[in-house]
Structures are given as structure tokens and as C-alpha cells.
Write a protein that binds this ligand. Structure first.
Ligand code: NAP
Length: 275
């Protein structure tokens, strides 16, 4: 499926916007849900540069669009554009799901991630180690700390985490070195290193086999999960989170239960690497 410039959009119902957006799987995921419920709705994808964000939303609203999923680099702009935001979005200052008609916005990435932690039996409050300090890592660190998890974080460029910790109302530990703290239940790779085929300098030796190694990326061999698997750790990639964030957006917009297994199946049928 080709993605279009927002200026070339035709009338429609829902879409994902971002830049770049060519590899987004959101159209497949949402179209699978429309098919399941026999809903005569469209879901497109549009490339929207950051500086054209407000103009693009005005244009798409005029064409009859009701809701948008928003991915990088637009999640902060979407937060600022919305008049009403959910508590999850408020805590992290970014969101990924917008109702164009009411100007409401929610963040479904965060509950989607927490839902996958729950599925893996990681209880609220468990010690977690987050790797990274980009958009996804920052949102996870703040929301997990807010939810009462014991969060330690490491990033290649430590100053980014120091700044986040200084500004955060929710305490978390900034690690000097990529050494997992004792008793950690889950290590989350929220860096983009795996997508570039790069390994992380994590000290794996202290980890026991009941620790979960979770990479937010998916869709290609991930060095982080390969290293974890070699050492006998449990592993999970980001595909389930991708489906869950889409399912929660679908349910918020349409008030119908999302067919998660059909949506998951759709992610295997077409190439793509992100939401
Ligand atoms: P981002 O904002 O570009 O941040 C990149 C982060 O990765 C930075 O902390 C950077 O460190 C670090 N990094 C990059 N290469 C590295 C390397 N070789 N060694 C160590 N650190 C490295 O990225 P993002 O948008 O937050 O996305 C992060 C990952 O999450 C991506 O893999 C993305 O596909 C995935 N994701 C998945 C989902 C899902 O639904 N499954 C949703 C969102 C994101 P510096 O600060 O030192 O540069």
C-alpha cells in the first residue's frame, strides 16, 4: 500500500499520520478489525511533516476524517493540539490517538505496554530496567514510574535521562552503566539499536532465566533478543504491543470490541516495522 501526502487525501474515516509513514502496519490492523465487524470504514496513511501538522489536521477534518493515529515525530504536537487528554497522555506529554471531532486525545501505547507486561506475569511495582531515552523510552519511564513500578534506566547519552529525572514528578533511577539492578524482572529495549542491527553493551551475566527481555521493535532479527535467548532468558518483541495500541484506539473510537487475533494475523501478512 502506498502512503499519500496529506494534501492528496480523498474523503475518508480514519488514518495514521507520521513522517516517515511508509512502513506503518496500522492500516492493515484497523482494516482487519473493520472487516471482522463488517464496518464500511476506510483507514489510510498519510505522510505529515511536523511543520504541517495543524494544517493537515484541519484539511483531513474537512474531508470527513473522524480520528487519527499519530506516530513519530508528531506525538508531542498531537498532545498540544488536543483540548482534552487522558491521564496517561497527561503524565507523559505525548499521545498517539486523536478524535478530530471532539479534539480529545489518548495515549494507547502506554496501556498497551502495561497490558503486555501483565500477560507476561510481571506484577505492578516490579523492578524494571528501561534502555534508551528517546520518545518511546521517556514515555515508558514516566508512565511506569507513575504506575508504581520500580524503574531504573540507562541510555548511551546519560544526560538525556538526567534531564528527564530532574523534570519528572515520578522518581526513577538513572544508571551510569548498563548493569541490571539486582532482582530486576524485565529489561526493556526501547532504543532503536536493534532496528540498526546493533547490540547493546548490557551486562547479561547477572541475569537469571526468569528475567523477561522485551524489545519494542519487531519484524526482523533483533540482536537484543538474540543475546537474551542465547543466555536462556524469556523474550518478547513489540508486535503484541503494536496490536494492543491499535485495538485500544479502535475501541475508543468505535465502542466495539477489537478482534485482537485477526489484527495480530494482519501484521504477518504485510511488510512493515512500526505503528
Ligand atoms: P528514538 O526517539 O529515535 O530514540 C532512539 C534511542 O535509541 C536513543 O535513546 C538512542 O540513544 C538509542 N540508541 C540508538 N542506537 C543506539 C545504539 N547503537 N546503542 C545504544 N543506544 C542506541 O526512538 P523511539 O522512537 O523511541 O523508538 C525506539 C524503539 O521502539 C524503536 O525500535 C521503535 O521501532 C520501537 N517502538 C515500537 C512500538 C510498538 O508498538 N511496538 C511503538 C513505539 C516504538 P542516544 O540518546 O544516545 O542517541
Amino acid at each position: 500500500m502506498m502512503s499519500l501526502r496529506w494534501q492528496d487525501a480523498e474523503p475518508g474515516d480514519y488514518a495514521v499520520i507520521g513522517n516517515p509513514i511508509d512502513h506503518s502496519k496500522s492500516p492493515q490492523i484497523h482494516q482487519a478489525a473493520y472487516q471482522f465487524h463488517s464496518l464500511p470504514l476506510t483507514y489510510e496513511r498519510f505522510c505529515v511533516p511536523l511543520e504541517e501538522f495543524s494544517l493537515a489536521l484541519l484539511h483531513l477534518t474537512g474531508l470527513g476524517y473522524k480520528g487519527l493515529n499519530v506516530t513519530l515525530p508528531l506525538k508531542e504536537a498531537a498532545f498540544k493540539w488536543c483540548k482534552v487528554v487522558s491521564p496517561e497522555a497527561e503524565a507523559v506529554g505525548v499521545l498517539n490517538t486523536v478524535n478530530l471531532l471532539t479534539k480529545e486525545g489518548i495515549n494507547t501505547d502506554i496501556p498497551a505496554f502495561i497490558s503486555t507486561l501483565n500477560q507476561e506475569g510481571i506484577p505492578q511495582g516490579a523492578p524494571l530496567m528501561i534502555l534508551g531515552a528517546g520518545g518511546s523510552a521517556q514515555a515508558l519511564i514516566l508512565s511506569l514510574a507513575k504506575e508504581g513500578y520500580t524503574v531504573s534506566a540507562w541510555n548511551r547519552t546519560k544526560s538525556r535521562l538526567d534531564q528527564l529525572a530532574d523534570a519528572s514528578p515520578f522518581p526513577f533511577t538513572v544508571l551510569d552503566d548498563p548493569v541490571p539492578p539486582p532482582g530486576v524482572a524485565c529489561i526493556v529495549n526501547a532504543t532503536s539499536a536493534s532496528l540498526a542491527g546493533e547490540s547493546l553493551p548490557l551486562d547479561w551475566d547477572s541475569l537469571s532465566s526468569d528475567v523477561l527481555a522485551y524489545d519494542l521493535a519487531y519484524g526482523k532479527p533483533l540482536p537484543f533478543l538474540e543475546s537474551a535467548s542465547d543466555r536462556g532468558l524469556k523474550t518478547r518483541d513489540g508486535r503484541q504491543m503494536l496490536v494492543e495500541q491499535g485495538a485500544l484506539a479502535f475501541e475508543w473510537w468505535l465502542g466495539k470490541l477489537a478482534p485482537r487475533s485477526d489484527m495480530l494475523k494482519a501484521t504477518y501478512e504485510h511488510p512493515g516495522t512500526h505503528s
